[in-house]
Design a binder for this molecule. Structure first.
Ligand code: 5GP
Length: 181
């Protein structure tokens, strides 16, 4: 598949595969959180599409909130620097929290978020990530709900970007050749 902006892309996970898996995750979460006040926290920007699809598969009264952190910027290499750009709008007290992430790579971002959210008085904090690249992990983070394990390759689409491009692709694609670098 040839990207529209000069980069070469190959489909790794199709929209149909993603929808099937997200449906299963939503059903599991529905069973696990029945009668528990639940807030899902989306980590911007990459998780917005996954969060939007996931919450429509959760048959419970839920709330959502968002956090934004510094991540890759314009490069495909992790800087390891984590900084809060947008913090939570609501208190977490009296709620169970599910952190919704697009992808766990080194684990540095989620490790930071997990500690930050756990200090905010939630009844419980669990992590849900669509994608997991276990081969690149530097810090162990508990992944309670996981969509797919993928190889150590840079991916775009379904919310994930390179230099802010490709977030609108319906599939998760490998970036075979990045002409922007
Ligand atoms: P970590 O802190 O685990 O190394 O990185 C997590 C963040 O890095 C993700 O939320 C995502 O923004 C970005 N990231 C990691 N791997 C990829 C990838 O393959 N593609 C894209 N587009 N972003 C990635």
């Amino acid at each position: 598949m040839q990207g529209t902006q000069g980069n070469e892309l190959e489909v790794l996970l199709s929209a149909e595969e993603i929808a099937g898996r997200v449906g299963m995750m939503g059903k599991r979460i529905t069973l696990d959180y029945e009668n528990k006040p639940l807030i899902l926290i989306g980590i911007l920007k990459g998780s917005f599409m996954f969060l939007a699809d996931l919450i429509r598969q959760i048959d419970l009264p839920i709330s959502i909130d968002f956090m934004a952190l510094s991540s890759y910027g314009s490069s495909t290499k992790s800087s390891g620097v984590v900084r809060i750009i947008k913090d939570l709008d609501y208190s977490l007290e009296g709620h169970h929290v599910l952190v919704v992430e697009d992808i766990v790579d080194t684990g540095l971002t989620l490790n930071y978020i997990y500690g930050h959210i756990k200090s905010r008085g939630a009844l419980s904090v669990k992590i849900c990530s669509l994608l997991d690249k276990p081969g690149r992990r530097q810090v162990a983070v508990p992944l309670h709900y996981k969509g797919f394990e993928i190889p150590d390759e840079f991916v775009v689409g379904y919310g994930l970007d390179v230099n802010e491009k490709y977030r609108n692709l319906p599939d998760v694609c490998r970036l075979v050749r990045n002409t922007d670098e």
